[in-house]
Ligand binder design. Structure first.
Ligand code: BGC
Length: 762
């Protein structure tokens, strides 16, 4: 069986079983019932854990539930801060003492090192740990390789997820996971804090680029493929665990600022936010990270409902739930739902936290110990979490092979990983518009290049690239090119002139086109908060001035979220959305301009027209109805919808069929479509299938993506594609308790420019 087909089958299975999310247990389980319920059928592992647990002291159990930052042990805190959290010199006495006294079970780290140094560091930390751990329990080491191995100096850096979403190519998400594990697993990076499974419906949010875009189905399919790729990869005896984050509701803060308030109806929460996580759980993701924020007035870290009832009882997750950075402490310093750290610890543990990313203090250990001594938290409750953590360590093979290996250093930056990252970059570039077929450029004599991202590598990497903020240009290796460098290489016979605001008018004369590479500076988390979605004024003025020169303008948007440009969009000849395309991003952009690459990316987000009205493609009717758009000025809400994107060839969709227009029973009902390449060039096409539920007891989105596939067609070639519609999976929707409703009624199935109406009668 072809590998892509297998992936599709698995993902279909995952998404199907997401329909089961409404299943509930009748009574809340007691801790001991839960311990039994979570036992796996790996008897050898379970008895190993039983024996180990019987020997462990309370201090050791609490230590297992503690994750500290490597920088906690830094000799020079100031220098560590300056290097984005990377401790260059570890205070070995403090390290040994902390492990001895607190029996810490997990470390996290960040910042960039060469692979060899990572190996040395991992070995050193584990050796010290094994010397001082009473029962020789290995440390599990966590890191944020969120788009390839972005913290290994010679590593393969993929595009960010917003771009992976735009490829609509599930195999690429899987390869991103595979390549990451292949490069990092043996170096002592056991646990990867990825993927983000939030749905990017809030365009101001500075972590939008870490999502697979604004669609729930897309996020579930890409995220679970990534998890499979990462967790199934074995490097000798080494493997890696993924971390589905951030559970739940982080991605849609009202204000758009990071870690701020989320108010959402439970119906919407079940419909849009739960399914990608359910797909991850059905893929057996080993861990989750908890959302730092609140939902409907309840911080998730202190919510039994989110962390136990929903996560465990309704969704069936049995792995490790890790807090985010400092988040137990934030319950009293930011959320003010408790008066002090001890009460915060109590609330979080009782809600369902397994491990606290403390991560720069070990007070958590002391508070939890007191709570156990006072009888407020039972030792059995600790056992529940410790069992989950020990299972993770067992699964990773850490008890047998705690020390990393330098045998696999050649995996780092391997050709096949780079090829996958290159392909991902190429397939993620979206040609938003191409008036008069201005692109590809035909043997231009002169190109004028301007814009703040024209000659910077860091613009292509974005946050989480070599440092947390991704903004240290000096750390970007020679293997990366800037847009300027890539254009010169792509057009060797062309004079490519790099100009700035001051001198570009003089340089414009004789140019065949002005290329404006603009967008955003790199940022991560709250450092990327903005008050205004518009592209900064200076860059907008630059675009306007270029348009006024009358020379064709090609606008390249390199950014982590859509910075609005209003009607300027219409006046540019061609516009490329490059997102954050990673280490081969510049070559991919230049390749699209020359025509070496036929663009096949489609928008993973809707690009708003103006910043005042920002809605996703799957808006509800009343969000954008005739009642509201009387004024022609406000009729337009987007310059490029989710799923749109141009190609240098043409694809024709025809022969959309269903077995009948009256469908009965459980299905599946196989729909088919013919897609033909009717242009002159070979090309890839993402075929996106949408369903609309015309009348229902709850208001429905105007349409919703339910299936997709990417195909390659030579000129003149055509292909028949199928979509198996299962009512339970594709025609259903959840109520506010998560129960899935399948209602009879009229639906529309749409793919390409074709659509078909049908009636479903259970
Ligand atoms: C982020 C997480 C990340 C963690 C560890 C937090 O600030 O929210 O996504 O995994 O830091 O670096």
């Amino acid at each position: 069986m072809n590998q892509n087909f297998v992936i599709l089958l698995v993902i279909a299975g995952c998404l199907w079983s997401s329909c089961e999310m409404g299943k509930k247990k009748d009574q809340p389980m007691s801790v001991s019932q839960r311990i039994d319920w979570e036992r796996t059928d790996n008897l050898e592992m379970e008895s190993f854990i039983d024996d180990l647990l019987a020997k462990m002291s309370v201090v050791e159990k609490i230590g297992q539930m503690t994750q500290v930052n490597e920088s906690f042990f830094a000799v020079d805190q100031e220098q560590t801060e300056a290097t984005g959290g990377m401790a260059n010199l570890i205070d070995s006495a403090m390290l040994a003492e902390t492990i001895r006294d607190y029996q810490i079970g997990s470390f996290l780290t960040g910042g960039t090192r060469p692979a060899e140094e990572w190996y040395q560091l991992g070995k050193y930390l584990q050796e010290v740990n094994l010397q001082h751990s009473e029962n020789k329990i290995p440390i599990v080491f966590g890191i944020d390789h969120v788009h390839g191995t972005n913290y290994i100096q010679e590593g393969t850096v993929f595009p960010h997820n917003i771009n992976l979403g735009a490829t609509f190519n599930i195999a690429l998400a899987r390869q991103c996971g595979q390549s990451t594990a292949s490069e990092a697993a043996a170096l002592g990076h056991h646990w990867n804090f990825a993927p983000v499974l939030g749905v990017g419906r809030q365009k101001f949010w500075p972590r939008l680029y870490e999502t697979y875009g604004e669609d729930t189905w897309l996020a579930g399919a890409m995220g679970s493929a990534y998890i499979q790729g990462l967790e199934e990869e074995k490097v000798g005896q080494y493997r890696m665990a993924a971390c589905a984050k951030h559970f739940l509701g982080y991605s849609i803060p009202q204000s758009g600022w990071d870690r701020t308030v989320v108010d959402i109806s439970m119906q919407k929460l079940y419909e849009y936010l739960v399914p990608p996580f359910q797909a991850a759980f059905d893929t057996d993701v080993k861990t989750i990270m908890i959302n730092s924020g609140e939902i409907n007035g309840k911080p998730v870290h202190a919510s039994y409902f989110y962390l136990t009832t929903l996560l465990r009882d309704q969704m069936g997750f049995k792995g490790v739930a890790l807090t985010d950075y400092l988040d137990i402490i934030k319950l009293h310093t930011e959320h003010f739902v408790t008066g002090n750290e001890k009460e915060s610890t109590y609330e979080a543990i009782m809600a369902g936290v397994d491990m606290s990313m403390t991560p720069t203090t070990i007070d958590f250990c002391r508070h939890l110990r007191e709570l156990v001594e006072e009888g407020r938290i039972s030792e059995e409750r600790l056992d529940l979490s410790v069992r989950r953590i020990l299972r993770l360590k067992y699964h990773l093979g850490l008890f047998d092979h705690p020390l990393p290996s330098d045998e696999y250093l050649d995996n780092v930056g391997a050709e096949e990983h780079r090829n996958a990252a290159r392909q991902a970059a190429e397939e993620s570039i979206v040609l938003m518009k191409n008036d008069h077929n201005r692109l590809p450029l035909q043997n231009p004599d002169k190109l004028l290049l301007v814009g703040k991202n024209a000659n910077l590598k860091k613009a292509l990497g974005g946050g989480w690239t070599y440092t947390w903020q991704g903004n240290d240009e000096s750390l970007y290796p020679d293997s990366w090119q800037t847009v300027y460098e890539a254009l010169k290489a792509e057009f060797p016979a062309t004079e490519v002139v790099l100009a700035n605001w001051e001198n570009y008018m003089q340089s414009a004369s004789g140019a065949d086109a002005i290329v404006i590479a603009t967008g955003e500076d790199p940022y991560a988390e709250g450092w990327g908060n903005i008050n205004e979605l518009d592209l900064p004024t200076e860059e907008k003025e630059l675009i306007e001035a270029a348009i006024n020169l009358g020379t064709p303008v090609i606008l390249v948007l390199i950014e982590g979220r859509p910075r609005t440009i209003g009607a300027l969009y219409d006046q540019c000849d061609a516009v490329i959305f490059a997102g954050l395309p990673g280490m081969f991003g510049a070559q991919a952009i230049a390749g699209v301009m020359s025509g070496r690459i036929n663009p096949s990316g489609k928008m993973s987000i809707t690009y708003p027209y103006k910043s005042g009205h920002v809605i996703p493609y799957n808006y509800k009717h009343m969000e954008y109805s005739y009642l509201n758009v009387y004024n022609p000025e406000i009729q337009r809400y987007s310059i490029a919808d989710f799923g749109s994107g141009e190609s240098y060839t043409t694809f024709e969709y025809s022969n959309l069929t269903l077995p009948d227009t009256l469908l009965y029973g459980e299905g599946p009902f196989t729909a088919s479509i013919k897609v033909a390449n009717t242009g002159q060039r070979a090309g890839k096409e993402a075929v996106l299938w949408y369903l609309s539920d015309l009348v229902a007891s709850y208001t429905r989105p105007n349409k919703a993506l339910k299936h997709f596939e990417k195909i390659h067609l030579e000129p003149g070639e055509s292909s028949m594609l199928q979509f198996d519609i299962s009512p339970k999976e594709h025609l259903s929707f959840p109520d506010e308790k998560g129960n899935l409703l399948v209602e009879k009624g009229y639906f529309v199935l749409a793919v390409g420019d074709q659509h078909i109406n049908f009636y479903y009668n259970k």
